[in-house]
Design a protein around this ligand. Structure first.
Ligand SMILES: [Zn+2]
Length: 388
């Protein structure tokens, strides 16, 4: 554990845990949802909005920040927190997922992932050590190891190869991270902007329980501050995702936070908290907001529908967010159809409030021992199909 990093479980309800994650930039109440601030900004809203929404931690994408404006520039500007004017915790991913999903070209070598930038075609090499260096320069509170992602459904052989390579890469990433932590003078080219940075390992193994078990054992041996479940929400059926989480989460060390990467829909939060997951991130609330989809306890509301043209009721009558307290469906529909930027802002404020408020209700239910009741209620009312 680094100085300033700690995790305490305060309450349990079944396998669900209500905890407190301490980082150099403050405490995060868990289970928690992390809004995604891809390029140093959560799209269409400000850091002031995030503070008003009570977001306690956000995620930054290493791939994007490395390409633009560059981790060196951000380090010279004092690190990511100071650069973006956000003094609460930040988690950065390793950049691996974007290399697989965005880069113009990628080749995986034992050394690392070679890729061409999707912006200008320039050639880059992301190694486990380089991903640790970039995140040290960004100075996030939590850094992730570089892992190898495979498309789902991957066959057993590609899944095994990627899992085993991810373990070898995790060992190299851990060695480099500890070197930067304990002996930064030995890496004069890397400006460590947050000496208290923690590093999480990532469990891979596709949808195979056996591979997941092996990956947990090999990754936990490397003694990270905490562990993530990676390689899910990549196209597998949702029931399969739940089965993998149900299998994997309880194998991880009980006293460390568990982070399910890139998930998910509101009902996923309930199902995965029930299996002992503590941290989530997903672009869904902000991306769907920009596409005019508002998420509610009943399901998605598609704001462009003609039936809302003169509907003066709030977007979600059960919601207490800024958008729902002040504006009508008719106005939000007008903004969206007119292509006003404010549409993305107001819709994002609502969707992020909905996610963060859902996590608050989950935490409260765990404290009072009523999580299972809340989960069942949510199941009965929420549908993934547009309800309005
Ligand atoms: Zn609202």
């Amino acid at each position: 554990m680094t100085d300033g990093f700690d995790f305490r479980i305060l309450n349990r309800d079944g396998l669900a845990r209500r905890g407190e994650l301490t980082t150099p930039h403050g405490v995060v109440q868990t289970p928690a949802f992390m809004p995604v601030g891809t390029r140093g900004a959560v799209k269409s809203i400000t850091q002031r909005d995030l503070e008003d929404l009570d977001a306690e931690i956000i995620l930054g994408n290493t791939y994007h920040l490395y390409l633009k404006p560059g981790d060196g520039l951000i380090a010279r500007c004092g690190g990511l927190h100071r650069f973006i004017g956000w003094n609460r915790p930040i988690l950065t991913d390793s950049g691996g997922y974007q290399v697989y999903s965005l880069a113009a070209m990628r080749r995986i070598h034992e050394e690392g992932a070679e890729f061409r930038s999707h912006i200008d075609g320039s050639l880059h090499m992301l190694t486990p050590e380089r991903a640790a260096d970039i995140q040290a320069q960004l100075g996030s509170d939590i850094a992730m190891v570089l892992d190898e992602c495979v498309a789902s459904p991957a066959g057993p052989e590609p899944a095994r190869e990627a899992m085993e390579r991810s373990v070898r890469w995790a060992r190299r990433a851990r060695t480099r991270h500890l070197q930067l932590r304990h002996d930064p003078a030995s890496a004069p080219d890397v400006a460590v902007t947050n000496p208290g940075q923690a590093q999480f390992g990532i469990v891979q193994g596709g949808i195979s329980p056996g591979l997941r078990t092996e990956s947990v054992q090999a990754t936990v041996e490397l003694a990270f501050e905490a562990y993530a479940i990676g390689g899910l929400s990549v196209g597998e059926p949702v029931d399969v995702m739940y089965e993998v989480v149900a299998h994997t989460a309880p194998l991880l060390p009980d006293g460390r936070p568990r982070y399910l990467m890139g998930t998910g829909m509101p009902d996923d939060l309930f199902e995965c908290v029930a299996h002992g997951v503590d941290l989530f991130d997903c672009v869904l609330p902000t991306r769907n907001a920009r596409n005019g989809q508002l998420l509610t306890r009943r399901g998605p509301l598609v704001i462009k529908n003609a039936r809302y043209a003169e509907d003066v009721s709030p977007p979600d009558p059960e919601c207490s967010c800024y958008t729902c307290r002040h504006f009508s469906r008719a106005y939000l529909r007008h903004l969206f159809i007119a292509g006003e930027m404010t549409a993305a802002t107001l819709n994002s404020l609502h969707n992020l409030h909905f996610y963060l408020d859902t996590m608050r209700r989950i935490r409260e239910a765990i404290v009072f021992g009523s999580f299972e009741k809340l989960r069942q209620e949510f199941r009965q009312t929420f549908s993934r199909r547009p309800q309005y």
